[in-house]
Write a protein that binds this ligand. Sequence first.
Ligand code: FA5
Length: 392
Amino acid sequence: MRTLAGSVRAHWKQAIRTMSAPNKNYDPVEVTALSPEEIERALEAALGAIAAAGSLDELKAARLAHSGDRAPLTLARAEIGALPPQARAEAGKRVGAVQGQVKAAIGRRQAALEKERDERVLIAEAVDVTLPAARQVQGARHPVSLSAELLSDVFVAMGYEVAEGPEVEAEWYNFDALNFPPDHPAREMQDTLFIARQDGLPGSSGIVARTHTSPVQIRSLLTRPLPLYVVSPGRVYRNEASDATHLAAFYQIEGLAVDEGLTMADLRGAIQAFVDVLFGAGLRTRLRPDYFPFTEPSADVSMECHVCRGASVKPGADPCRTCRSMGWIELAGCGMVNPRVLVACGIDPDRYSGFAFGLGVERALMLAHGIGDIKDTTDGDVRFSRAFGMEL
Ligand code: FA5
């Protein structure tokens, strides 16, 4: 029986017997594609197209046409294999030399066109570094935000933590827990902006735009462990007409300390330290009786005027714009935390006592910089911000 390898061998023997013998007398010059004239023509056509290429794209087209797979010279080279062996070397040399010439011409033209392109780009994209720059306004933080941060930082440096609360607040946090009686005038629509009001229900379950930062006292007392030292900057809202010293939306900073054995002297000390840091040591502070439902006793804090240091009060002295010749500047409301507030938050008032204070940020900024109209702080005029040395 015949094996598979045996069958393949028999097939090839038969095929070789039927092939024509090599053409020993074949004249390569008679193969048109390889004739010297044809090769010369192909060379001239290639060199002409390369020289005529005015751009890198045109050169690429010329390269494909004259040295690509279907170029006359490439096709001629493919014919070499059909030549008798003694003719192949000579034909190969001839075609190879011409292809080399074409390749070199493409390289030279490529370099020249790239140089031209680079020069064009350098001119087109040249940057005149002596031209004045278009000024990009970077933006900066507003002086009120920076002041709120600076004022908070003074207390953070004394060991207070920053606590924040929502601007839309439950009436209970804003008023009830702070010992405001149900009929307190501050709860009236003409003072408070109500988001939702539920009259006639037991207790107060309305929602307000917080009128002060004091509800953060309650939130802190309900959620943080004692002893507690927090400072709370934030925006507050009041239903009132604005004038030179009043805004309907402004910033406050609240401070609260609850610990064992705190007294009015600690409150005084904290306020004095605050004034020393902000205005330099040596300015006296003063507490005068005031009333807030959530502090007992309550006081307003004033500091000696940092501009005239009280001199403007004396008869015949120059008037002082900063303190309106009063000698003192009102800074904040303050007091000892009312024991009823501690009880509302589940804290034993026989063991713990505390103090709190709240000051207006825009008012502090006005005092520190002699600003006459509080509306300057909200107008959004960059000339106001620039005066604070802000980078704009
Ligand atoms: C309060 O809001 C109290 N919650 C402050 C407080 C906190 C007292 C803790 C005791 C203990 P008062 O309504 O006075 O207090 O406002 C406090 C500060 O906010 C004022 O001293 C003032 O600087 C600023 N302020 C008040 N109303 C306005 C307003 N309409 N525009 C700008 N600033 C204002």
